[in-house]
Design a protein around this ligand. Structure first.
Ligand code: GDP
Ligand code: MG
Length: 180
């Protein structure tokens, strides 16, 4: 008969970006299929676990939410340590949060370098797409931005309107590209 070898993986995935862009909401939607217009700090979690079963492999994604430390605009090396992938989020209704994406990416890349000398795979999320698509309607511009700044790709998301939400495919892509 066929022998199945089960493999288990645990991966740390960082979710970063400015305050209010929807990081906690995205994690809640992805992990718990819920949405609320006010997550108070007391409800906030530091990380959430999403379990994916792929063929004979179990992948546990540990999504790290920066819960309240966004105001400093950077994180410590210790916080980033051992992450396998990252998600940088901006809010399509606030252009300043898109500008901040570059700063977050630079902070991440300067503090976390893989043993092979490369940066970790990072995807860009244009969140709150239920509020408008003016900023992202030029897909070509977004593609170029990803090339210029070393993102593996970008997705429009809405934590609010789940039908707009890509069922977490952005996380799958980000980890798949890491060649996990
Ligand atoms: P964080 O600071 O990045 O963790 O952002 P939160 O998840 O706390 O979200 C900030 C605010 O934006 C909250 O009031 C959310 O309900 C709201 N929000 C988050 N995602 C979306 C979205 O996709 N669409 C809309 N319209 N509002 C959102
Ligand atoms: Mg939050």
């Amino acid at each position: 008969g066929m022998r199945r070898i089960w493999k288990e993986h645990l991966y740390k995935v960082l979710v970063i970006g400015d305050l209010g862009v929807g990081k906690t909401s995205i994690i809640r939607r992805y992990v718990h299929q819920t949405y609320s217009s006010n997550y108070r700090d007391t409800i906030g979690v530091d990380f959430a676990l999403k379990v994916l079963n792929w063929d004979s492999e179990t992948v546990r994604l540990q999504l790290w939410d920066i819960a309240g430390q966004e105001r400093f605009g950077n994180m410590t090396r210790v916080y980033y340590r051992e992450a396998m992938g990252a998600i940088i989020v901006f809010d399509v209704t606030r252009p300043a949060t898109f500008e901040a994406v570059i700063k977050w990416k630079e902070d991440l890349d300067s503090k976390l370098i893989l043993a092979n000398g490369q940066n970790i795979a990072t995807v860009l999320l244009a969140n709150k797409c239920d509020q408008g698509r003016e900023m992202t309607n030029s897909g070509i511009k977004m593609e170029q931005f990803c090339k210029d700044h070393g993102f593996v790709g970008w997705f429009e998301t809405s934590a609010k309107v789940s039908s707009e939400y890509e069922q977490g495919s952005f996380v799958c892509q980000s980890t798949a590209i890491c060649d996990l």
